[in-house]
Design a protein around this ligand. Sequence first.
Ligand SMILES: [Zn+2]
Length: 357
Amino acid sequence: MSYSLKPGVVAGEDYKTLLKAAKQGGYALPAVNAVGTNSVNAVMEAAAKNKADIIIQFSNSAGQFYAGKGLEDSFEAKVFGSISAAQHIHLLAEKYGICVVLHTDHANKGLIPWVDALVDHSEKHFEKTGEPLYSSHMLDLSAEDIDFNLSECERMLKRMAPIGMSLEIELGVTGGEEDGVGSDDDIGADNPLLYTQPEDCLRAYELLSPIGHFSLAASFGNVHGVYKPGNVKLRPEILKNSQELVQQSCSTGSKPLDLVFHGGSGSEKSKITEAISYGVFKMNIDTDTQFAFAKAVGKYVEENSKAFKYQIDPEDGTPYKKQYDPRKLLRLGEESMIERLDEAFSDLGSAGKSLAQ
Ligand SMILES: [Zn+2]
């Protein structure tokens, strides 16, 4: 079956169409963490170049950074920066001719008020336009006990579903630290916390699917960041077992769970392909795109080191204005990020699969 959508930010039924097409087509969408207009625009450019749809996501600290580190009230900055980022994308996504899913990344217990505040803004946006501001949010309460985790997800989804928003939840722990959430201490191939129990996935499905759409970050040994080989043991068969348990218990079609792969950076390509075959529609990428940006900027600064010390060459008087113009290095960072994303679209099989028409 072929689907088509209008380019721009998608939510509600259009979001579900995007997801259904990915699962039926056997591909997944990259979910790229952005921190400002440079990374946002690079991600949209990469998607347009690859004729692919894309998920752009912000962590709470990226939201704060977007608003400006100088704002005094950091909670307000996290909220308003995230809104500002969303408004930027609403304005431009359509121009890039692709579909964009707008999402926020890990919110632990302390960040629940951040998500509630953003849902407040999506409610206002919905009243005006019939669409939420964000397509989805994540609540990561995997560090809490499962009763609290699921009851809070239930409460949040009850707010979000009526305005066409989806909720991503986490069961089991994604190892490693990212933007102040999580810890490096839990990295280790034999930590049972890093592997989600299929029974917990079933419990989440039974509770949440009657309320609205949710996706599930199930842990199968994945970690945030890039670590030495051997420290990470991916077991994607956990995803397969979870799908089968839900399918059998709830008499659904195949692969009823919409799964998310966290910590995609540095993962073996064969494990990525295997995870997608078990119903992963979204793979998060942050560390590798950060490094791509930094590498290109670092190389440029190294090659033009004088321009970063002097406005005019102290020996021959050459003006360095063109070299130290921030646009020069930021653009190189963007281009390198786009190059890394070319690889991601190809790994995930989503190049050429945009539904935008
Ligand atoms: Zn994550």
